[in-house]
Ligand binder design. Structure first.
Ligand SMILES: [Zn+2]
Length: 324
């Protein structure tokens, strides 16, 4: 089945297949989920279902399905914050409206994918499309991917089928990431990262590839080890790398939060040899103290402070928490 290409999401897939088979795919679908959760993968799959002329649930084999899955179908257009065929801004509204008003070239449907509506400004752009979403031409289908439905107007939400993305288990996630990276990563490493990412395939793959995000995560892991090993100098040295990198610093805090949450959890449910060994050297109280410090430092106001000073303070508080 076409939708089997997406892991997990059994309820979502069943609902879509049912609607597709009955020829009742809705005119607007919202896919809500965090970045990396497979929203866009599902959007592409639904676009294939919509343009397939063989089966309402998408056959996955005809030229229409193939073109849609490869992002080459003339009746499927993607508008994104950046990249894609169009950029999602107020200016692009005109293009979107033109697109919407043009009947399909080849088949029965024209699909417009609006990718990553993550902030209010973009949501406002979308809200101006309300009219089209309220009274869409028969051939039109919108697929909207969004981090959080709260950014969208209730009037839009009420017109759309809303599907919340589900993440697969860490085991399934690790397996898929190993396929994606074509054996470039070991099973245990993949599983460890999949656990840290809560089964988010996109994020796991990103952190196991040569990306800036992966380097920050590697630093966060090294920092956690140094902290638990009372290697104060190493802690400071790792933090110093972020003296001129505010975005990296924010990311580092997020990664530390994920690692220490996992370390506290591993104390009670050991799953990963390396993480569980590390968590044995940390008391639950120390773990919780560290999480409190990270939360405190993450509050937005902190980001405007002098960065080297903030890093020194973070280092002092973290080492204090393991020593105290
Ligand atoms: Zn097909």
């Amino acid at each position: 089945m076409l939708l089997d290409a997406l892991l997990s999401n059994e309820q979502n897939k069943a609902a879509l297949v049912r609607l597709g088979a009955d020829g009742r795919l809705p005119h607007a679908i919202i896919l809500e989920g965090e970045r990396g959760s497979g929203r866009f993968t599902l959007a592409r799959l639904i676009s294939a279902m919509a343009v397939c002329r063989r089966s309402g649930a998408g056959c996955g084999e005809c030229p229409d399905c193939k073109m849609a899955l490869e992002g080459q179908h003339p009746d499927v257009e993607v508008f994104a914050k950046s990249g894609g065929q169009g950029t999602l801004t107020i200016k692009s509204l005109r293009t979107i409206n033109q697109s919407v008003a043009t009947p399909p070239n080849q088949g029965r449907r024209r699909v417009v994918i609006l990718r990553d509506i993550q902030d209010i400004a973009q949501a406002r752009t979308l809200n101006t499309l309300l009219k089209v979403i309220e009274e869409p031409p028969e051939y039109l289908m919108f697929i909207i991917t969004v981090d959080n439905r709260e950014n969208l107007l209730p009037t839009i939400l009420s017109r759309c089928l809303l599907l919340r993305m589900e993440l697969p288990s860490p085991e399934e996630c690790a397996g898929r990431v190993q396929e994606l990276l074509e054996g470039g990563v070991g099973a245990q490493e993949a599983l460890r990262m999949a656990r840290l990412c809560g089964g988010n395939i996109g994020r796991t793959a990103q952190l196991l590839s040569d990306t800036p995000e992966a380097r920050v995560m590697a630093d966060a892991l090294a920092l956690s080890k140094a902290l638990i090993g009372h290697e104060r100098y190493q802690v400071l040295r790792l933090l110093q790398r972020y003296e001129r990198d505010r975005a990296g610093y924010r990311e580092l805090l997020c990664d530390l939060r994920v690692i220490f949450s996992q370390l506290v959890e591993q104390k009670y449910q050991p799953q990963d040899e390396e993480l569980s060994a590390l968590s044995q050297r940390l008391t639950a109280l120390q773990g919780i103290k560290i999480l409190d410090i990270i939360d405190d430092m993450s509050r937005t106001g902190q980001f405007n402070l002098n960065l080297p000073l903030t890093l020194t303070r973070l280092g002092a508080r973290l080492t204090g928490a393991v020593l105290g």
